[in-house]
Design a binder for this molecule. Structure first.
Ligand SMILES: [Zn+2]
Length: 290
C-alpha cells in the first residue's frame, strides 16, 4: 500500500532541486519487499535537471539518486538506499544507555542522570578544543552537584562545614560517615583516589589546550562511573542486610523473619533466616534511646 502519491514525489524532486526544474513524468518503476518492508523506486524525469530514482516506502524516508551518475538501475538505487538506512539505524547512539551501562544500572538521582546524559550527548559531537573544554566544565558541574546531593551538615560533626562547591571535602566526609571502620578501609581508600583523580582530571580538561576526543571521553567515563560509585555507597548504607552472613553456612541469602523493638518502635533485634540452611541469625542493635 503506497502512502506517498505522485504529487508527493513530484514536489519532493522539485524541492530537492531548489525548484530549478519541472518534473515531466514520475512513475513507480519497481517495488521491493525482500526486507520485510514495501519499498518503491520511482522513475522521475525533469526538464533540465536530468532523471532521478526516488526511493521511498512505508517506514523508509524518501531520498533521490541521479540516474545518470552512479546509480544505474532501480536495483542499485534500492540497495544503496536500504544500506544507508540500516547503517543509520545501527549507529543510533543513546546517551542514556551509555550512562546506565557505565553505572551498572544503579539507581542514579534524576538530576545527576540528566546531567550525565547531557555530557554523554556532548561527547558524541565534540570536535574542537573548546568542545572538549566544555565537557570538562560539565563534568565539574556534575561532581559539584554530586557533592551537594550526598552531603548533609551532620557529616562534618564538630568540624567546620565545607564550602558549597568543595566537592572533594564533601565527598571525603560522606565516605567517612558511611564507610567507617577497618572493614571498609580498602573501599575508602580506592574511592578517595578515584574521587581526587576524577576531580583533578575534570579541571585539567577544562583548561587543556590540547585535549582530544580521547582525553575528554576518559574524563566522561571517570565522572560517570564515580557517580555510580557514590550511589553504590548510599545504597549500601540503606541496605540493612548487605553486611550480614548466615552464622551457620555463611550464605548471604537472608530474609528478615522477625524483629524486636522498643515501645517507641526502635528496632533492637533482627532475626534473619537463611534461605540456604534455615538457620536463624540474630542481629542485636545498640539501643541508643537512653
Ligand atoms: Zn545458612
Amino acid at each position: 500500500m503506497s502512502n506517498r502519491t505522485y504529487e508527493d514525489v513530484v514536489k519532493y524532486v522539485e524541492e530537492q532541486n531548489h525548484k530549478k526544474c519541472k518534473v515531466l513524468s514520475a512513475k513507480p518503476e519497481q517495488t521491493f519487499e525482500d526486507l520485510g518492508v514495501e519499498v518503491r523506486v520511482w522513475n522521475v524525469k525533469t526538464d533540465n535537471e536530468g532523471s532521478w530514482w526516488v526511493v521511498e516506502g512505508d517506514t523508509v524516508p524518501m531520498n533521490l539518486y541521479p540516474q545518470d551518475a552512479y546509480y544505474f538501475g532501480t536495483d542499485e538505487a534500492y540497495s544503496f538506499h536500504m544500506g544507508i538506512m540500516q547503517r543509520m539505524k545501527a549507529s543510533t547512539y543513546k546517551p542514556e544507555d551509555y550512562v546506565s551501562a557505565m553505572t551498572m544500572d544503579s539507581d542514579i538521582a534524576p538530576q545527576l542522570f540528566r546531567k550525565l546524559k547531557k555530557i554523554a550527548t556532548l561527547i558524541d559531537t565534540a570536535v574542537e578544543v573548546e568542545d572538549f573544554q566544555a565537557i570538562g566544565v560539565q563534568c565539574r558541574e556534575v561532581l559539584i552537584e554530586l557533592g551537594n546531593l550526598i552531603y548533609f551538615p551532620e557529616m562534618a560533626g564538630e568540624n567546620e562545614q565545607p564550602q558549597a562547591s568543595n566537592f572533594k571535602k564533601k565527598a571525603e566526609l560522606f565516605v567517612q560517615y558511611y564507610l567507617a571502620g577497618s572493614d571498609n578501609s580498602d573501599y575508602r581508600s580506592i574511592i578517595k583516589k578515584l574521587t581526587e583523580s576524577t576531580w583533578d582530571y575534570s579541571n585539567k580538561i577544562t583548561h587543556s589546550q590540547n585535549a582530544t576526543f580521547y582525553e575528554a571521553s576518559s574524563c566522561v567515563s571517570l565522572c560517570t562511573s564515580l557517580v555510580g560509585v557514590y550511589e553504590n555507597v548510599r545504597q549500601k548504607a540503606t541496605d540493612l542486610l548487605a553486611q550480614y552472613k548466615c552464622k551457620n553456612c555463611t550464605s548471604k541469602k537472608l530474609e528478615i523473619n522477625d524483629h524486636e523493638a522498643t515501645e517507641k518502635g526502635i528496632v533492637t533485634k533482627l532475626f534473619l533466616e537463611c534461605e540456604e540452611c534455615g538457620e536463624v541469625t540474630e542481629i542485636i542493635f545498640e539501643n541508643t534511646e537512653e
